[in-house]
Design a protein around this ligand. Structure first.
Ligand code: NAD
Length: 274
C-alpha cells in the first residue's frame, strides 16, 4: 500500500508507538486520524503534526464502541468532504499494561476487574476498531471516495491492518497473565484475520515489540527497567518509537507481508522475573 495520498487511522496515537507512527506516516505524505482517550495530548500531537487537514484528532475510549463508531464515521466524512485521501489502513495501538500475579502472596487471586480492564482495552479495543473500519476499507467506502485501491494497482490492494502485540505474547513475565493473554490473542488473530480478508485485498500484520521507550515503560520502577535492560541482547537498550514506526511503515508498503507476527526485539527473550 502506497502511504502517500492515503489516510490511516491510529488508536493510541497521542503517545509512544502510535504517535511515532503517525509522525512517520505524515512525513511520508499520508493523512492520519488520531484516536486516543487522552484529549489534551491528542489535540497537541495533532496540532504539532500539522493539524487539519493532515491530522484530525478524535477523542475515543476504545472500550466504548460508540466512541469508536463516531470516530470512524468522522474520519470517513473528513476524507469525503475535506481531505480526499482514501483509507489505507488501521493501526490499533492503544494499550495498557497492568501487572498482577494470578495468585499473590496473600493468596488473593487476580481480580476479574483487572483482567477485564486489560483485555477490554488491549484485545476488545483492538478488534472493535478494526472491525468497524473494515467495511469502509473493503468496499463500502468506494462510492463515496473514502476507500478503494490505487488506480493501476495490479493487486487491487485496499488496505492494511497493523496490530500491536508484545514479546509478552510469547515470553510473558511474572505478573503478566492478563497482559500476555491480551497480546497472545492479538498475535493469534493475525493469520485468521488475514485469511478472512484476503478476498477483500486487505492484509494483516502484527508487530510484537520488546521493551520500547514510551510513556508506558517510563512508568516502570527504575529497578524493573534496569533489570529488563540487562536482559537485552543487542542492541543493549530499549527500542525507540521511531524504530517501531519504521517497521510499521515497511509492513504497510510491502505487500508480501501478510498474516505474520513480527518480533521487534533485538533477540531479547524476557526473563521470568527481574
Ligand atoms: N512500550 C513498550 O515497551 C511496548 C512493548 C510491547 C508492546 N507495546 C504495546 O504498544 C502499544 C502502544 O504502547 P506505548 O508503549 O506507545 O504506550 P503509551 O502509554 O505511550 O501509549 C498508549 C496510548 O494509548 C492510549 N490509551 C490507553 N487506553 C486507551 C483507551 N481505553 N482508549 C483510547 N486510548 C487509550 C493512551 O492514552 C496512550 O496515548 C500498546 O498496545 C502496548 O501494549 C508497548
Amino acid at each position: 500500500m502506497k502511504i502517500t495520498g492515503r489516510t490511516f487511522i491510529i488508536s493510541g496515537g497521542a503517545s509512544g508507538l502510535g504517535r511515532a507512527l503517525a509522525q512517520d506516516l505524515v512525513h511520508n505524505g499520508a493523512n492520519v486520524a488520531l484516536l486516543d482517550r487522552n484529549e489534551e495530548d491528542g489535540q497537541s500531537v495533532a496540532a504539532a503534526l500539522g493539524g487539519d487537514p493532515v491530522v484530525k484528532f478524535f477523542t475515543v475510549d476504545v472500550t466504548d464502541t460508540g466512541s469508536i463508531q463516531a470516530a470512524v464515521q468522522g474520519t470517513v466524512e473528513w476524507i469525503v468532504k475535506t481531505s480526499h485521501k482514501p483509507l489505507g489502513g488501521v493501526i490499533p495501538a492503544a494499550g495498557v499494561g497492568f501487572p498482577g500475579l494470578v495468585l499473590d502472596r496473600h493468596m488473593k487471586p487476580l481480580s476479574l476487574d483487572q483482567w477485564d480492564f486489560v483485555l477490554n482495552i488491549n484485545l476488545r479495543g483492538t478488534i472493535d476498531l478494526v472491525r468497524q473500519v473494515l467495511p469502509y476499507m473493503a468496499g463500502a467506502g468506494d462510492a463515496t471516495g473514502a476507500g478503494g485501491p490505487d488506480s493501476g494497482d495490479e493487486d487491487q490492494e485496499r488496505g492494511v491492518v497493523i496490530m500491536v502485540a508484545s514479546s509478552a505474547a510469547f515470553d510473558g513475565q511474572m505478573g503478566q497473565v492478563a497482559y500476555a493473554a491480551s497480546k497472545g490473542a492479538v498475535a493469534s488473530m493475525t493469520l485468521p484475520m488475514a485469511r478472512d480478508l484476503s478476498k477483500h485485498g486487505i492484509r494483516v500484520v502484527t508487530i510484537a515489540p520488546s521493551l520500547f521507550d514510551t510513556n508506558m515503560t517510563a512508568a516502570m520502577p527504575d529497578k524493573v527497567r534496569q533489570g529488563l535492560v540487562k536482559s537485552l541482547e543487542f542492541p543493549v537498550r530499549p527500542g525507540r518509537a521511531d524504530e517501531f514506526a519504521a517497521l510499521a511503515r515497511h509492513a504497510i508498503e510491502n505487500k508480501m507481508l501478510n498474516g505474520v507476527v513480527i518480533r521487534l526485539d533485538g533477540a531479547s527473550r524476557m526473563p521470568a522475573r527481574l
